[in-house]
Design a protein around this ligand. Structure first.
Ligand code: BYC
Length: 474
């Protein structure tokens, strides 16, 4: 079904024929807009922003570019087209037709997954709301706003499922999604990383590289769901998500590129000198990376989790690329390697594969993240600089699961509390690092101009010229 833009809420779910649902969502819409006005990007509401809006659910030509004031953005409900007779492809219900309605016995778990996913979307907008005031260029400002409006739409995607399939408690959960606040002591967002601050643009690029990539992997696992509306919703979200990770990868890459340029020009690797020259030294970039990577891999949950086993066995959440596995898709007898803490040290043990599904997804994520770090290293190598960025060991700085109690160096050595305290400043971004990065942040808003600490992009949005005015302030 094509998208209906005549409706108050653009959609391809034939909202017009379900008046009760339509009214419920139209009731939620002003609450959402109020939340956007309060918690959306600061000082942005009257600006015209060159944004991409989804106009079709077909991968070819799904997006339209034009100037939009963000409060007028056409947030809507878009599901990927249904694919014939889909089946539940894994777990105890394997082989049954995919569910078009919520299976009663799995209702609570399904709602919990949808709420957890939905909660991350407004959380990230809240985390990023001050960044527009210190954008390094109009190009970057536009990318930030693009990410923000699409996270808003991803919230809509989950709210649709809650309203459409969960009745009164779904509506209550949808309201609560607008009431929790990132970092709030009394009413925080559900998952740890979404209560951290995103105070500067290096943190934003690291977040969109690492944390949005958690989004990719979680959405891919949900796109396998036996609950077909969730699978179709998340499949469409993944198309938007790809750009967010691109913003992160290219953003960090441009910061590195600029630093290397200044290092080569001044023939120095001295961090203090480079900071005086107004660029971010590579060790600081490494410490930011260590922080964002470790906080993000916690988002996959505990290494051994009975929740994960239940989600899988009940057909709600699959593995990354579930249908490509040639095993039995039941995993009742399979095992999977997990790190265990024995006598204060790390050893690789085994756990039932069903219970280790969080760990499996984390390992898939790690492979994918490492690849992009390799691409950043190529920028450094090309500049002839003997420095390599690395991702820390997966037990480093963990706050979730059995590894949380352990002090582990980035290279995977278990260290004493004394060594941790002595070295933490070399391993994780310090207050001084953050203060320095913050000192570089100042709004650059002339078309075609870029802050000194970041290189211009190599690709432009929708092939626009280099001095394109991506955001017009009114
Ligand atoms: N912080 O059995 P466990 C995205 C809790 S990102 C705080 O391992 P489970 C995006 C856990 O809730 C993708 N608490 O849990 C990116 C449980 O609590 P209870 C978001 C945590 O359920 C950028 C307890 O610890 N989507 O889209 O197997 C911008 C025991 O843990 C954390 C999803 O996550 C944490 N990090 O695994 C915008 C998909 N981790 O029950 C958007 C949906 C665990 O003891 N969510 N806990 O009170 C899930 O599939 C699962 O909820 C999780 C957790 C994988 C997150």
């Amino acid at each position: 079904m094509s998208i209906t833009f005549r409706d108050k809420i653009p959609n391809n779910v034939d909202l017009a024929s379900d008046k009760v649902l339509q009214r419920a969502l139209e009731h939620w819409q002003p609450e959402f807009l109020k939340w956007w006005a309060d918690m959306g990007p600061e000082g942005s509401h009257t600006a015209d922003v060159y944004l991409r809006t989804a106009v079709s659910v077909h991968p070819s030509g799904w997006a339209h570019f034009d100037y939009v004031k963000m409060p007028d953005y056409r947030w809507g409900i878009f599901l990927s087209p249904a694919h014939g007779e889909r089946k539940v492809n894994f777990g105890d219900h394997k082989g049954e037709p995919a569910w078009q309605d919520v299976p009663g016995e799995h209702r609570a778990n399904l709602r919990r997954i949808i709420v957890t996913q939905g909660d991350t979307e407004p959380a990230s907008v809240e985390q990023q709301r001050h960044l527009g005031l210190t954008c390094p260029s109009l190009y970057d400002l536009r990318n930030l706003f693009q990410v923000n409006v699409e996270e808003g739409r991803h919230l809509w995607a989950m709210v649709y499922l809650l309203h459409r399939y969960f009745g009164r408690d779904g509506r209550e959960e949808a309201e609560a999604l607008l009431h929790r606040r990132s970092g709030d002591r009394d009413n925080p967002r559900i998952l740890g990383a979404f209560n951290e601050k995103t105070p500067d643009w290096l943190a934003f690029f690291m977040f969109t590289y690492f944390t949005d990539r958690d989004g990719k992997f979680q959405l891919c696992a949900l796109a396998e769901s036996g609950f077909d509306p969730l699978a179709r919703t998340t499949r469409f979200m993944l198309m938007e998500e790809a750009h967010h990770m691109y913003v992160g990868e290219s953003g960090v890459g441009r910061v590195i590129h600029r630093t290397c340029e200044v290092m080569a020009q001044h023939k120095t690797d001295d961090a203090a000198r480079l900071r005086a020259l107004g660029v971010i030294d590579l060790p600081t970039i490494q410490r930011y990376l260590n922080f964002h990577y470790s906080v993000t891999i916690d988002l996959f949950g505990a290494d051994v989790s009975s929740n994960a086993a239940t989600f899988y066995s009940s057909g709600l959440k699959g593995r990354f690329e579930e249908t490509r596995f040639s095993d039995d898709h039941l995993l009742r007898d399979a095992i999977y390697p997990v790190l265990q803490v024995v006598d204060g040290g790390l050893v690789t043990g085994e756990a039932p594969a069903l219970n280790a599904l969080n760990e499996k997804l984390r390992d898939d994520y790690i492979k994918d993240s490492v690849a992009g770090v390799g691409r950043w290293n190529r920028i450094i190598q090309k500049a002839g600089i003997p420095f390599e960025l690395t991702v820390p060991h997966k037990a480093f700085n963990r706050k979730i699961g059995p590894l949380a109690g352990l002090r582990v160096a980035p290279d995977g050595r278990v260290v004493s509390e004394t060594e941790w305290t002595a070295k933490e400043r070399e391993w994780l971004a310090t207050d001084e690092d953050r203060a320095f990065v913050a000192s570089l942040m100042g709004r650059v808003a002339a078309p075609g101009a870029y802050a000194n600490w970041i290189s211009p992009p190599t690709l432009r949005i929708n092939k626009q010229p280099a001095d394109f005015e991506y955001v017009r302030f009114n």
